[in-house]
Design a protein around this ligand. Structure first.
Ligand code: AMP
Ligand code: ZN
Length: 468
């Protein structure tokens, strides 16, 4: 597989440190709110990379953290009058629900920053000892000038950056020896959560947590480190500085960064307020539609969110599901007849789609082209596996379709029962809304269901529904 490595800015053949095994770290969300679909982009994209590596036979140790101590979490806790821990716990649970609904597999380990403080204190101590960090009034800073390769990932001109920072000097920054130095540990403020350290009662900076968690769960050197492109500088640059200076070996061999999910060509973000949460989207669409929408673009291309693209993803999903369900029916209805020579050939041709799919994914995880291969397979199945085809043929082709869909996290065969239960639940919610004379909500549920292809009919015997 070739991966575009942000460190070298070239596509490189992937060679793991240990043959057959992959150590992969993906920066996870800060948990102070429901995740938005911008946050979902790296989750879906890198879950797909992981699935593909496993499909190629690698054993993947996949680590993704939750940042559960941070200014925004503390602010949310103060606003609600609860502890920061309560906020973090709540939104970690909600995030895990969203991940499951998007068919993003749980990581091998999901470490929490607050549970890794001893490791952070140890690494900061080591950085001070080796002359890469210094303490001023209870705050510990990383000394960027002490790190030979600082700037290698972001390819920035450090002198320009330094002079830029100097003119923008903010209060409290005066004690830094260099404007690019960053915080490893800072003293607590009144009412904030804190831990005791040799330097002050306080808490770690953000960057140190990822260096420590990657080290603890994957080792000093890892294969792939990934995250959104906004993390390249300073977060990932600083992770490299901390890890290489503390451990004395290269940190990550391949750096992968996804481009933004935009709305009206602007980054979707909490601070701009131009976001949809994954939960909002799940009210209107099956989250498999969101998954297809995300994978329809290359992960390094910006992607603009729009209802049209979501609708086109919905019809793509429908096409895959209809083909899969037809093959399943054929497999259960078909007789046990052996395959004719011509049918053997069809099955062999269907299997060739695996190679075509792999070729696309081998090219820096080109999911857009890999999806096209799945659609080609769907077309192939619709024309070459006719009604009345032998069961083994239908089963064989369905096997290929299921295998490839699964690499992209798409579920081609759905249990109709579970969807029906979800619809019944929404209908009950609509009835309750009507009882409370909340007609706006009732109408919303009706139109959301309609968007999913479900029509409600109010009859004398109660509400009935049908698929349209
Ligand atoms: P945060 O909670 O802001 O630290 O973000 C968690 C992950 O989501 C990081 O990898 C970010 O780079 C990524 N991310 C946040 N917003 C977007 C966006 N609009 N498009 C793509 N990735 C994003
Ligand atoms: Zn990180």
């Amino acid at each position: 597989m070739k991966i575009f490595n942000s460190l070298t800015m070239t596509k490189q053949e992937f060679v793991p440190i240990e043959p057959g095994k992959v150590r992969m770290y993906v920066c996870g969300p800060t948990v102070y709110n429901l995740i938005h679909i911008g946050n979902a982009r790296p989750m879906i994209v890198f879950d797909t990379v992981r699935r593909y590596l496993e499909h190629r036979g690698y054993e993947v140790n996949y680590v993704s953290n939750f940042t559960d101590v941070d200014d925004k979490i503390i602010k949310a806790a103060v606003e609600e009058g609860v502890t920061a821990e309560e906020i973090a716990e709540r939104y970690i649970a909600e995030c895990k629900k969203d991940m499951e609904a998007m068919n993003v597999r749980p990581a091998t380990t999901h470490p929490l920053a607050t549970k890794e403080i001893p490791g952070m204190i140890e690494m900061i101590g080591k950085l001070i000892e080796k002359g890469h960090a210094y303490e001023k009034n209870g705050t510990v800073y990383f000394s960027t000038r002490s790190c030979r390769n600082y700037g290698e990932l972001s390819h920035k001109n450090l002198d320009d950056l330094r002079s830029g920072f100097r003119s923008l000097k903010v209060s409290g920054e005066d004690e830094k020896e260099d404007p690019l130095d960053f915080v490893l540990w800072k003293p607590k403020k009144e009412g904030e959560p804190f831990w005791t350290s040799p330097w002050s009662d306080g808490r770690p900076g953000w960057h140190i947590e990822c260096s420590v968690m990657a080290k603890r769960y994957l080792g000093d050197s890892i294969d792939i480190h990934a995250g959104g492109e906004d993390l390249v500088f300073p977060h990932h640059e600083n992770e490299i500085a901390q890890s290489t200076c503390a451990n004395g070996v290269p940190f990550a061999n391949y750096w992968m960064h996804n481009a933004f999910l935009n709305i009206d060509n602007k980054k979707m973000s909490k601070s701009l307020g131009n976001f949809f949460t994954v939960r909002d989207i799940s009210q209107k669409y099956d989250l498999q539609v969101l998954r297809i929408f995300m994978l329809s673009a290359h992960y390094r291309s910006p992607l603009n969110f729009s209802a049209e693209l979501m609708d086109s993803a919905a019809s793509s999903l429908d096409r895959i599901r209809r083909a899969a369900s037809r093959l399943k029916d054929l497999a259960s209805a078909g007789d046990g007849a052996a395959l004719t020579e011509a049918e053997e050939k069809v099955l062999a041709e269907a299997r060739e789609f695996v190679g075509k799919f792999d070729e696309k994914m081998d090219d820096d995880a080109n999911t857009a082209d890999a999806l096209s291969v799945i659609f080609d397979l769907v077309r192939f199945a619709n024309t070459n596996v006719p009604d009345g085809a032998p069961a083994i043929l239908a089963e064989g082709v369905l096997g290929v379709l299921t295998e490839l869909s699964d690499v992209l996290g798409i579920i081609p065969l759905v249990d109709e029962g579970s969807i029906d239960a979800e619809i019944e639940e929404l209908i009950a919610k609509r009835q309750a809304a009507r009882k409370e004379r909340n007609f706006a909500l009732a109408d919303q549920i009706r139109s959301d269901l309609l968007a999913r292809g479900i029509e409600l009919m109010d009859t004398r015997e109660g509400v009935k529904w049908k698929r349209i």
